[in-house]
Design a protein around this ligand. Structure first.
Ligand SMILES: [Zn+2]
Length: 256
């Protein structure tokens, strides 16, 4: 079915309806939430991994008032989806950071945690990714404000501080279903930090400070998501990818 979609329209609606119909969402309300400041409507999704031993431990932590953390959804390894916070409410998953012009990411986003431990150094469970795809289809179908390029990694919005959902997260696979973005047919371009910063900012990245350290943190999280095997100094392939991202998905919003 998905192979026949080609592009998102008009098969997307049909596919999303079909996908959403067999998605079971279990409810386990967490007290850790507030109101979305300014009553904003969420226009982003932030993806995380829990880095905990089990989904049970993660749910406990995401529901403990003392932890002061939560997420809207948690998906366990076997694909079970648990909702902890109503989408209308502001869950506490993002912490400090920004993306494009948005500083209060929690107010503007829906947070999804994946029960996954990075020390395992392995791919995400297919059942888990399948449930995530169904959940994303369902959210995107209901919320036209959220475009595929606004589904980001926690690491994207907090360079140097956060590294989830990590190098094994299947962004490319999701992009083939219209649930993410992925650069294709990249041309090498001359390495140039000034141009890298320009394109990284135009795409949405913000350095925590305008120093070389701040920008190498951005390079690291950009690579973690788009070029996980890339190491060393700024290279022509980094330049090709960041330029492609910035040209195709400049972070321009019209509803803020
Ligand atoms: Zn996270």
């Amino acid at each position: 079915m998905l192979m026949e979609m080609g592009s998102l329209a008009p098969g997307f609606q049909y596919a999303s309806a079909k996908m959403a119909s067999d998605l079971n969402i279990f409810q386990q309300p967490s007290p850790n939430f507030g109101i979305r400041r300014g009553g904003v409507i969420p226009s982003m999704i932030v993806l995380h991994y829990t880095a905990m031993k089990s989904s049970k431990d993660a749910i406990q932590r995401l529901s403990d008032p003392k932890s002061e953390v939560s997420a809207h959804y948690l998906i366990d390894e076997a694909g079970k989806v648990t909702q902890l916070v109503d989408e209308q409410k502001r869950a506490w998953h993002a912490g400090q950071g920004c993306w494009g012009e948005i500083n209060d990411i929690n107010s503007y986003s829906i947070g999804i945690e994946l029960d996954y431990c990075p020390s395992a150094k392995c791919n995400f469970d297919e059942r888990q990714i399948s449930s995530l795809e169904k959940l994303l289809f369902d959210i995107l179908k209901r919320r036209s404000e959220i475009r595929p390029e606004f589904i980001i990694a926690h690491s994207d919005m907090a360079p140097g501080r956060k590294f989830d959902p990590g190098m094994y997260f299947p962004w490319k696979k999701l992009s083939q279903k219209g649930l993410s973005i992925w650069p294709e047919n990249i041309l090498d371009l001359a390495a140039d930090w000034g141009k890298f910063k320009y394109h990284a900012e135009r795409f949405g990245y913000r350095a925590s400070c305008d120093t070389f350290g701040g920008w190498t943190d951005v390079l690291d999280v950009f690579r973690l998501r788009f070029l996980p095997k890339q190491e060393g100094k700024l290279s022509p392939v980094d330049m090709g990818v960041i330029t492609y991202l910035s040209n195709n998905w400049p972070n321009i919003r019209n509803n803020d």
